[in-house]
Design a protein around this ligand. Structure first.
Ligand SMILES: [Fe+2]
Ligand SMILES: [Fe+2]
Length: 348
């Protein structure tokens, strides 16, 4: 009896189940219609259909989706040879190669000049030229109670920061970047969970906020090459992150418009801090040392780039974050959801 019920349930599932409700109308399946295969394939692989692989590609994909065996479990001879070479390399240097990633050997990635790409934490296609034409002076004038709360909160937070760091801008930037990378991750995570709960798209905002978090983390990875944190600074980061993550999480749940506005004002302060950093570099108070290689690769800077170039591109990124977060807050102020206004992806 239970077998019979299971088979009936499976048949219903194969016949469509309830999932069709959550597909856009253009993707709904019409049994027997010429476009039915297209409609089913589309959410899985546009490219396969565009290439005319049609049903064969669909069956192949479906097999991979239902199989627990990795696609490359039995690699062809050439790949076997490559993974064998990788294994030998791994024996030579255990720290370099932990496993062969199920038989897939890492492709050789090079820079534009042909030299080896040294990073695993980001790839050449994730690098960019920062938009240096962005308006650095833009300021969102507090218009209502929430704006004023956000503005005052940021101004109050700046007081202990100014007292603690004073004009040690390298150290200040490094410490503040450990905080700056939190809001994007919290906002992106909460929007991601909302998208799952409500079966709705995010309008690109999950990606935009996670990109912001990643970008801020790259600021930190750059700064840490220039400033080595002391043990008590690491301790401070630990304490601040523990408090800030939880406070921002609750704030974003309660009032995303306030949360984004606060981040917008924090970014305005970041622009101010990096401008002061540049002033001290120009005056010679801070040595204009060569840029770290990670910064040269990430922002596509010239090989002879210096700290001044790095601070200039980071400041431009902060201006972009300012605009994104004030924009997000404005959307909420209009009584709308973020997904109703397309996220500014690829803006920088
Ligand atoms: Fe930053
Ligand atoms: Fe920022």
């Amino acid at each position: 009896m239970s077998h019979l019920l299971t088979r009936l349930a499976l048949r219903r599932l194969v016949a469509g189940g309830n999932c069709g409700r959550y597909l856009p109308s253009s993707l709904s399946v019409t049994p027997g219609a010429a476009g039915a295969t297209m409609a089913v394939v589309k959410p899985w692989d546009d490219v396969a259909v565009a290439r005319g692989q049609g049903l064969g590609a669909l069956v192949g994909q479906w097999r991979r989706m239902v199989s627990s065996v990795p696609e490359h479990a039995a690699p062809p001879e050439k790949e076997k040879k490559e993974s064998g070479e990788a294994a030998v390399m791994g024996e030579k240097n255990d720290e370099m190669m932990v496993s062969s990633y199920w038989g897939i050997s890492k492709k050789k990635i090079v820079r534009e000049d042909g030299s080896d790409w040294p990073w695993n934490c980001f790839m050449p296609w994730e690098t960019y030229h920062s938009n240096l034409t962005i308006d650095l002076k833009k300021h969102h004038k507090p218009k209502n109670f929430i704006d004023k709360v956000a503005f005052r909160t940021v101004k109050i937070l700046r007081i202990p920061t100014d007292i603690f760091f004073q004009r040690r801008y390298g150290c200040r930037a490094m410490m503040l970047e450990t905080v700056a990378a939190v809001p994007g991750m919290v906002g992106g995570m909460l929007l991601h969970l909302r998208s799952l709960r409500k079966f709705e798209q995010s309008g690109g905002w999950i990606k935009a906020l996670l990109e912001e978090a990643e970008n801020e983390r790259m600021h930190l990875m750059t700064m840490v090459e220039l400033v080595k944190p002391k043990w008590y600074e690491r301790l401070l980061v630990l304490a601040v992150q523990g408090v800030f993550f939880n406070v921002f999480f609750v704030l974003y749940v309660l009032s995303p418009k306030l949360a984004h506005r606060i981040v917008g004002y924090l970014e305005e302060e970041a622009i101010h801090s990096y401008t002061e950093f540049l002033t001290d570099i120009n005056s010679g108070a801070i040595e204009n040392v060569p840029a770290p290689v990670i910064a040269i690769d990430y922002w596509r800077l010239p090989k002879d780039a210096t700290l001044k170039d790095v601070v200039t591109v980071i400041r431009a990124d902060e201006a972009h974050h300012r605009d994104v977060n004030h924009f997000a807050s404005d959307i909420h102020f209009q009584g709308k959801e973020l997904r109703e206004a397309p996220a500014p992806l690829g803006y920088r």
